[in-house]
Design a protein around this ligand. Structure first.
Ligand code: UD1
Length: 420
């Protein structure tokens, strides 16, 4: 199992550019199935999850060419509507292929998705929405078959503003007959990015970024390839580097950020006492004073504090004097990193979906294991501040979301190497 070996105690300083957003790139790549043509998408991060998505699209018949962070996706010859089971299991978000495949081929077969081990993560909202749009669903031997000779627009109210379900239904709505309305939709910036990409393709979507999204369905002949599109910067990666700077009481400047997307994270970092200076597309964080604990940090759908930043933030709070209370409301069972952080000397008590963190003066190096992507990022962050050497096993989880993490951290002065 791959690992990062980190010698802690170096204060980070310097400047890095933030990669393009993984969570934007994935649905945007899936949506290229809708238009039979060549799309050029820029700033797509070079990550395992992206590779899984492009491998799936290739297996379905798409032509994919890659040059650095630019992907050329030609879906003209896609002729398969069954998503390969082995690849589907590798990444939960492959479920967003259902909407575009149903739109284009009127049928789709997927298996139950895999992905991070952070709670049951059902897909009922995706399926309910597609069924309201006229799809017939059958589940057999772990596969889900959906068929819809003619998808029709529908008025869908999501029980929870699920990011993936919102994206899936938006894509299904593009080629449906009539108007689709998604209420209680997710408002994440990645949803707006998907809307922008789909509209560049010729779709008629309004309202992304609010809780009601309206899609006027169109004919496939109205859709054209998108010749040049750049995905938004990754706000979670940006947040992770800011927290890494804060835990080492360092000073780091990030380029390529959208400040508005970062605000839920910046607000909490400010509350801890970190100093933040912002320009158009950059943020500078300085953490040169004693940081303060947080009475209450709750994860919530956007524009609340992102669940994906919960684990990194827990690592930081573990080093901040006083007691912090952190509540996870988006996913069940997303505290697996607490046990590993305890091995490094953190004082964390878990009570249901609440973590009580009593800051310690120093974390200490240990051998720990990342069980999911953001937990892995949290352990790396903790290791940067810990006394002595930490080995974080499970680097492959971290590589699902962070491009060249060890190079970026090294360039900021961290002592980190990756071993196979
Ligand atoms: C996306 C992000 C992930 C982030 C999450 C929440 C991608 C590729 N991944 O995941 O990084 O942590 O949003 O911001 O964009 N749920 C149901 N039924 C469903 C769908 C979801 O009950 O049909 C529940 C989930 O179990 C979870 C909550 O809704 O408790 C949020 O899930 P969702 O917003 O769908 O997350 P993802 O789209 O999987």
């Amino acid at each position: 199992m791959g690992a990062y070996v980190i010698t802690g105690g170096k204060s980070l300083s310097g400047k890095i550019r933030v990669q393009g957003s993984k969570n934007s790139s994935l649905p945007i790549l899936a949506s290229t199935l809708l238009n039979a043509g060549k799309n050029v998408i820029k700033d797509v991060p070079n990550l395992k999850d992206i590779k899984v998505m492009t491998d799936i699209l290739e297996k379905l018949g798409a032509k994919v060419s890659k040059s650095g962070n630019i992907l050329e996706m030609d879906s003209s010859n896609v002729n398969i509507w069954e998503v390969p089971e082995d690849l589907m299991r590798e990444m939960r978000s492959s479920i967003v292929l259902m909407g575009p495949l149903l739109g284009r081929f009127k049928k789709v077969r997927v298996s139950y998705p895999g992905g991070c081990e952070i709670g049951p993560r059902p897909i009922d909202l995706h399926l309910k929405g597609l069924s309201l749009m006229g799809a017939t669903l059958r589940e057999k031997h772990g596969f889900i078959y959906a068929e819809a000779p003619a998808l029709r627009g529908a008025d869908i109210h999501l029980d929870f503003p699920s990011v993936g379900a919102t994206e899936n239904l938006m894509m299904a709505g593009v080629l449906a007959n009539g108007k689709t309305i998604i209420r209680n939709a997710a408002k994440e910036p990645e949803i707006v990015d998907l809307q922008n990409f789909l509209n560049r393709m010729g779709a008629h979507i309004k309202g992304a970024g609010t809780d009601t999204i309206k899609i006027d369905g169109c004919g496939s002949d109205e859709l054209k390839p998108v010749e040049d599109y750049t995905v938004i910067p990754d706000r979670i990666v940006a947040g992770t580097y800011l927290v890494a700077a804060a835990i080492t009481r360092g000073q780091v400047t990030l380029k390529n950020v959208v400040l508005e997307h970062m605000e839920p994270i910046l607000a909490k970092l400010r509350e801890t006492g970190c100093k933040l200076e912002c320009c158009d597309d950059c943020i500078n964080l300085t953490a040169d004073t004693t940081l303060r604990s947080l009475d209450s940090l709750r994860t919530l759908p956007y524009p609340g504090f992102p669940t994906d930043m919960q684990a990194p933030m827990m690592a930081l709070l573990a080093t901040v004097e006083g007691t912090s209370i952190l509540t996870e409301t988006v996913f069940e069972n997303r505290f697996k990193h607490a046990e590993e952080l305890r091995r490094m000397g953190a004082h964390i008590t878990i009570n249901g979906n609440t973590a009580i963190i009593k800051g310690v003066r120093k974390l200490t190096g240990a051998i720990v294991e990342a069980k999911d992507l953001r937990a892995g990022a949290a352990l790396v962050i903790a290791a940067l501040a810990a006394e002595g050497e930490t080995t974080v096993y499970g680097s492959s989880h971290v590589e699902r979301g962070y491009e060249r993490l060890e190079d970026n951290l090294s360039s900021l002065g961290a002592e980190i190497v990756k071993k196979k």
